[in-house]
Design a protein around this ligand. Structure first.
Ligand code: B12
Length: 215
């Protein structure tokens, strides 16, 4: 079923019609045609993965990508109203997670989506931003005292800064668990030498992790 909605959604995105795309996603959630999880994973994520430009748009391709990302981001913010509604029935596990992308990592859509998935699985999760400098991450840990810090990393070039960041987190806050996820960690050699506690990559991983910490 989500396939049919995906086709219609892509048509609105190809027209770059932000209002129609946001209304379309709102209507899907409002009428329970798809869950928040399915909207994110079956419509929003593939609309970015499959993004490509026509040959004649080559020079403005990056702007088209930015515009599409900004539409998706607005839909994620809009969806928060539906998350609030779902949270009324979610049992909390009282585990706090600070979610971010490290310095130089601008890809943030996966981080925002997964922050929402953690919330829906009972965690007290907050997304604090993309391209977050090491010192700011340490300050955030000091201020919010989370149980876990989750880092989403897409670009393998950012593994070096991720290593520096995770080393410092473990040095100053050895009891804070480090969760890593994102495209950069799909290659096993990118994980070697990093200090972390969990690699999570999917909604199912978050659901199992939620069950484990609630025991
Ligand atoms: C949108 C986009 C951008 C936007 C990002 C805007 C934003 N606000 O996020 C902008 C224009 C800024 C951008 C910039 C660049 N990008 Co870009 N970008 C993309 C694009 C088209 C979509 C990424 C996305 O949002 N996908 C959708 C989300 C939902 O997917 P996701 O992040 O993978 O997350 C999913 C999972 O990985 C997982 N997940 C992610 N994190 C976590 C964490 C946890 C804990 C868990 C449980 C799960 C999890 O959950 C999500 C849902 O399943 C991809 C194409 C692609 N194939 O991914 C290229 C892509 C990622 N970009 C790429 C590149 C090269 C760049 C640039 C270097 C380009 C340049 N020359 O300037 C810069 C780098 C900027 C930087 N310093 O970070 C490459 C990366 C290649 C590589 N592997 O090295 C890609 C793959 C394009 C390509 N095919 O070449 N980009």
């Amino acid at each position: 079923m989500s396939n049919t909605y995906y086709k219609s959604f892509i048509e609105t995105l190809e027209k770059e019609d932000k209002n129609q795309a946001v209304r379309f996603a709102y209507e899907i959630l409002e009428s329970n045609k798809l869950s928040i999880e399915s909207l994110y994973l079956d419509l929003l994520a593939p609309s970015l993965y499959n993004f490509s430009c026509k040959a004649e748009d080559e020079e403005i391709c990056i702007w088209k990508e930015h515009l599409r990302t900004s539409i998706i981001r607005t839909i994620l913010e809009m969806s928060y109203l539906f998350i609030l509604k779902r949270l009324e029935t979610v049992q909390k596990n009282h585990k706090k997670i600070v979610f971010l992308t490290p310095a130089f990592e601008y890809h943030e859509i996966g981080a925002i989506m997964n922050t929402h998935f953690f919330l829906l699985n009972g965690f007290d999760a907050s997304y604090i931003g993309a391209n977050t400098p090491k010192s700011d991450i340490l300050q955030a840990i000091r201020a919010y005292q989370p149980d876990y810090v989750a880092l989403s990393v897409t670009n393998p070039y950012n593994i070096v800064i991720t290593k520096q960041t995770t080393d410092e987190i473990k040095r100053f806050f050895p009891n804070v668990g480090i969760i890593l996820g994102g495209q950069a960690f799909k290659e096993a050699h990118n994980i070697e030498n990093l200090q972390y506690d969990y690699i999570l990559q999917s909604l199912e991983d978050i659901q199992s992790f939620g069950k484990k910490v609630s025991k």
